[in-house]
Write a protein that binds this ligand. Sequence first.
Ligand SMILES: NC(=O)c1ccc[n+]([C@@H]2O[C@H](COP(=O)([O-])OP(=O)(O)OC[C@H]3O[C@@H](n4cnc5c(N)ncnc54)[C@H](OP(=O)(O)O)[C@@H]3O)[C@@H](O)[C@H]2O)c1
Length: 368
Amino acid sequence: MKALAVYPGKPNSMHLEDVPMPDVRDIAGGRGVLVKVLRVGVDGTDKEINAAEYGNAPEGEGFLITGHENFGQIVEIGPNVPSTLRPGTYVVATVRRPGHSIYDAIGLQDMTTDDVYFERGINMCHGYLTEYYIEDAANIVPLPATLREVGVLLEPLTVAEKGINQAYEIQRRLKVWQPQRAAVIGAGTIGLLATMAMRLRGLEVMCYSRRLPPYHNSDLLIELGAHYVSSQQSSLIDASAKYGPFDIIFEASGFSPLAFQAAEALGKNGVLVLSSVTGGEKKVEVNADKINQGFVLGNKVMAGTVNASRADFVSGVNDLVKAEAFYPGWLSKLLTTRVQGLDNYSEMLRHLTEDKEAIKVYLEIAQA
Ligand SMILES: NC(=O)c1ccc[n+]([C@@H]2O[C@H](COP(=O)([O-])OP(=O)(O)OC[C@H]3O[C@@H](n4cnc5c(N)ncnc54)[C@H](OP(=O)(O)O)[C@@H]3O)[C@@H](O)[C@H]2O)c1
């Protein structure tokens, strides 16, 4: 069967590989699930992997099958697979596999303290840009058939889900925390999904991003009942005076200086969630005394978030179902750029690297 792979360390090496068809018995304990891949989305991490800035092949192998934003349908199951997973069920598999820390041992590999991550399609484990994959049932989450069109958005949504779920978990310290106002920084795929998830939790949300409105993403935010503010119109501090004080700020712009502006804009008892992966060496001057004092006197928290646990995938399914009910048709508007078939990976990469209007580029690998 066909798969899309890279030679880690060699830039622009994405190519088609012929790989063996997996067998459900390859997973121990009768817990194997064989999945036909229907759609796979791509994001900045895939771009970095193809540019050889990130990613390693599984031990002893010369290539890495890429793709982590998966969506598929079960074809075959082992004898000990739970009854929620049956042939025909739509599923999404989680990405990170356990390493060696105590967190990995309890199924929270998203919280690992290891330096090496085992992530399907990213590092040391083959991904989902292929025709079929097998996985342990423990790492597979079922979706209702009503999510057939938008289920490929679950994995990117889990980035927001984990950050927001962590924020609520952290804020249990306050006993009576009732968040009302949130800010999301960055109106890309993650920012749009984070705004949706917080609207579904009943929050007033302001999204702060670069471009002047109106454009496709600002229109989508307005459809959710959120406010959109461009950094060309207002500073984040001024926007917080109008739309705050913010109980939660979710940062997803990829521009690290905004994390420190967000720290300054955060309301008392607030929580700031940082999700941007920033590999550069940017330096900025910050209002250090002001930020520090605000955190001390305001009992504020700043937390980083990466990857997602199985529980975040499950809450993501719930939010996708809810979003289809509250905002019908909204999620499918995020699926801007469909590329047909594994053979057309050059077109997929071109959209991923050059198309500034694309919200989600994805490969349609097979029909259900
Ligand atoms: N923590 C995790 O597990 C995880 C997983 C996946 C992704 N991420 C991170 O999430 C972040 C967002 O991902 P994405 O796919 O949504 O990226 P994206 O599509 O590139 O979106 C970034 C958004 O931020 C805006 N922005 C960038 N620089 C800005 C600035 N200086 N001022 C105001 N707005 C600015 C962009 O506006 P324009 O459109 O005008 O450029 C865009 O709307 C990335 O940094 C990525 O590393 C984290």
